[in-house]
Design a protein around this ligand. Structure first.
Ligand code: DAH
Length: 340
């Protein structure tokens, strides 16, 4: 029969080898060693067989064994609790996909336009969307009774009859001429507002990109060459352009520019209404009256300006035929621009 010491050593070895386990295993272990009929109790009962002179040592041995068993169970329990709270990670699982957002098609187009002009020395300028009469109309050679004001149905700000939601980005031209020293060469993207009934072809807000170049000796040929460069960069080298005489109060002479239809190449289709040409912008030489409004001598300086609709450019480039799509935030529409 094993002595008390030998038995304790044997059990100690068993406890040593006991390792991380389920809560039930731990409980079984506790009962086996520390329970009412457990090993510690049984060993204690054997104390009566120990010779009196050895009792003291045996008692200490048994006590430290009991302590040992208790510590072991406590530490295994702790590991078990920790493991439970740390979720098991399976590193072989595919990662959770992070959905990638998309740029809005109008922003893509605005960036394209701006990048093309930046390459030839234009810098970006912006202005406020709530404008005063002077910057939106009067300084642009459209005095209060000017018939051209009828061309734009205007939202007036109720608190102040002098304030409007700007009807075009040409107002930024006025702000630039007012504040910057010449020469200026700017491209001005932004949102504009008109009191239109919303339909596939009209909206009460949309976006424009304005261009302005004022320096000594700027000519209509410079305007044509600049816009021709723009169009070939945007729509490809074989795009043709044509200029038609037009009227804008802030330019003289004024023109509208068409490009050969990007869908049918000029043969005739729905986009070009079977004419082979699509109108893309208005332009002209800055009107001398406008220069005078900003104390610029039209005998010394000249300039050109142009303004294009960003929705219109996007429609031509991506064949989007309903203006309402741009502001409906339908992800099925927006996702189509993910890779651009
Ligand atoms: N502001 C005009 C519009 O909203 C567009 C425009 C035409 C801008 C001719 C210009 C320009 O700068 O020279 O229809």
């Amino acid at each position: 029969m094993l002595s008390l010491k030998e038995q304790i050593e044997k059990f100690q070895k068993e406890i040593n080898e006991f390792n991380v386990a389920t809560a039930a295993d731990i409980e079984n272990y506790r009962i086996r060693f520390l329970g009412a009929k457990g090993i510690v109790k049984q060993l204690l009962a054997e104390m009566k067989n120990v010779a009196p002179e050895l009792k003291k040592d045996a008692g200490q041995l048994l006590n430290s064994f009991k302590q040992y068993a208790e510590n072991k169970i406590a530490s295994v329990k702790e590991i078990q609790v920790q493991e439970k709270s740390v979720p098991k990670i399976d590193f072989s699982l595919p990662a959770t996909p992070l959905p990638i957002g998309t740029r809005h098609p109008l922003k893509i187009m605005e960036n394209n336009i701006v990048n093309i002009f930046e390459k030839i020395g234009f810098s970006v300028a912006t202005g406020p969307e709530i404008e005063d009469d002077w910057h939106n109309f009067t300084s642009l050679n459209m005095p209060a009774n000017h018939t051209a004001r009828d061309m734009q149905d205007t939202f007036y700000v109720a608190q102040n009859p002098d304030w409007v939601l700007r009807t075009h980005t040409s107002s930024v031209q006025a702000r630039i001429l007012e504040t910057q020293s010449l020469p200026v060469r700017v491209i001005c993207p932004g949102r504009v507002y008109r009191n239109e009934t919303i339909s596939a072809r009209a909206h009460c807000f949309f976006h424009q990109c304005e261009g302005l170049y004022v320096d000594k000796n700027v000519s209509f040929a410079d305007l044509k060459q600049t816009l021709y460069y723009f169009v070939t960069e945007m729509f490809g080298a074989d795009t043709k352009v044509r200029f038609r005489p037009s009227y804008f109060p802030f330019t003289e002479p004024s023109a509208e520019m068409d490009i050969s239809c990007t869908v049918c190449g000029g043969k005739g289709c729905n986009l070009c209404k079977h004419s082979g040409w699509v109108e893309i912008l208005g332009c002209g030489m800055v009107h001398p009256n406008m220069l005078r409004n900003f104390n610029i001598d039209p005998e010394v300086y000249s300039g050109f300006a142009f303004g294009m609709g960003v929705e219109r450019m996007t429609q031509i480039k991506y064949q989007i035929n309903d203006l309402r799509l741009y502001s409906q935030n339908d992800v099925r529409f927006l996702r189509q621009f993910q890779s651009i």
